[in-house]
Design a protein around this ligand. Structure first.
Ligand SMILES: [Fe+2]
Ligand SMILES: [Fe+2]
Length: 191
């Protein structure tokens, strides 16, 4: 422990920065994994255990809303500035517009779950639809926006945004009010 402390003190500020850097693309990937994990947990709870279903879905639905909002505040504006379409779409505008449209669809799919009694066939179908919308979006986001950002954003920016992203999620861990955004207007406002 002492040896490590001495080693770190002897390093330059530049080296220390590298050692302790975070990366917003990794935080987003980690969140995606947690979302997949929570959907999988829901599949393994007895459908009559409505208290457990309510608790896990409550956590997952709040997390989906906070994650999308955190990306819209701290990831996509930066992608619009530095992205080049390296993820496959013609440019970062197209990547972002598509992601915002997907976020709206996920919000709508999450809201639809609340219209069904917990544990009913309709509830499971609505959860499955939310899972499908979210998983299609995550796959695309990982291949496009995140890939583009890794190609074009410097480590210092990725760290700075990771701090902002983690702070936003920590402050709003219990959820945010879901607000749909017009994809084209969002791109124009954040370029
Ligand atoms: Fe997203
Ligand atoms: Fe995401």
């Amino acid at each position: 422990m002492l040896r490590r402390a001495v080693t770190v003190r002897n390093r330059t500020a530049h080296d220390n920065r590298k050692e302790f850097a975070m990366d917003i693309t990794q935080l987003i990937l980690d969140d995606h994994h947690e979302q997949r994990r929570l959907f999988a947990i829901l599949e393994q709870i007895d459908r009559t255990d409505v208290k457990a279903l309510a608790a896990i879905w409550g956590r997952l639905s709040a997390f989906l809303e906070v994650h999308a909002e955190a990306e819209e505040r701290h990831f996509y504006p930066a992608l619009l500035r530095v992205g080049t379409g390296a993820g496959g779409k013609p440019n970062a505008d197209a990547e972002t517009e598509d992601a915002i449209k997907d976020h709206n669809e996920i919000r709508d799919a999450v809201a639809a779950v609340a219209r069904h009694p917990l544990g009913s066939d309709g509830w499971y179908a609505a959860v499955a639809a939310a899972n499908k919308a979210n998983s299609e979006h995550m796959g695309e986001e990982e291949r496009e926006g995140l890939a583009d950002f890794r190609h074009n954003a410097e480590l210092a920016l990725r760290h700075e945004l990771a701090v902002d992203f983690a702070t936003f999620e920590a402050r709003h861990f219990a959820g945010v009010t879901p607000v749909d955004k017009d994809p084209k207007a969002y791109v124009e406002a954040n370029k």
